[in-house]
Design a protein around this ligand. Structure first.
Ligand code: MN
Length: 228
């Protein structure tokens, strides 16, 4: 294909044990999927329908690097999350079939410019600039489900400069991974290459220049990012 400006490459993520990479199409993120985090954000952790936000595919950045502190914020927050990577797609896929679409899992951070998100919430405006900014999705290599299975319980935590800030268990998700994917497939047609960030436990908080952010999802991976 000839293009009138130089084309960019498809964002991609390494895969543990494979030489091929995982190409990223879209990034969906679930909001408020752990009850204690829902309460800390001022929400009601009843089983209201899940809701979603998006980040651009090129928001992914590999962990193990030093990132510039994002522009336009004075309140950058960490949200540690289990990330699902899809190899298949479909619309209106039932929960008992949707796990066939899953390629694997990664550990990710849904970095959030909380000041911009809060201002958007207060003004009834979109969250995009609070959530979908440059380098807002640090992530580990993907672990294929063929190697690690489908994690539904286990520790999920984040430390900032060695101090534990978030600590939870995957079993505490309000909506399980199959329930989340099935619901999302009722809103949009899922496709291979899609990533789904599945929500964060309580304890979200600020990250400042110089901080080391370390994250863990049991059986999936360890992540480390430093902010310049
Ligand atoms: Mn999140």
């Amino acid at each position: 294909m000839s293009t009138v400006i130089p084309a960019w490459s498809i964002p991609s993520i390494p895969v543990a044990g494979e030489s091929g990479r995982f190409p990223v199409r879209r990034i969906y993120c679930v909001g408020r999927n752990y009850a204690a985090h829902t309460r800390e954000m001022g929400g009601d952790p009843t089983r209201e329908d899940p809701f979603f936000l998006m980040k651009p595919a090129d928001a992914i950045v590999m962990h193990g690097t030093t990132l510039p502190y994002p522009q336009a914020t004075r309140n950058l927050h960490h949200e540690i999350e289990l990330v699902v990577a899809l190899k298949g797609g479909g619309a209106n896929v039932p929960a008992d079939k949707v796990m066939d679409l899953v390629y694997g899992y990664a550990t990710g951070l849904d970095m959030t410019r909380r000041d911009l998100q809060n201002a958007a919430k207060a003004g009834g405006k979109p969250w995009d600039m609070g959530k979908g900014f440059d380098r807002s999705a640090p992530i580990t290599a993907i672990q294929p489900a063929s190697r690690i299975g489908h994690p539904s319980k286990g520790a999920i935590w984040v430390k900032v400069n060695g101090k534990t800030k978030q600590s939870g268990d995957l079993a505490d998700m309000i909506w399980s991974v199959p329930e989340t994917l099935a619901y999302l497939s009722g809103l949009v047609e899922l496709q291979p290459g899609d990533l789904v960030f599945t929500g964060t436990p309580e304890g979200v908080g600020p990250v400042v220049s110089g901080d080391l952010v370390e994250g863990h999802v049991e059986g999936v991976g360890d992540l480390a990012i430093r902010y310049a």
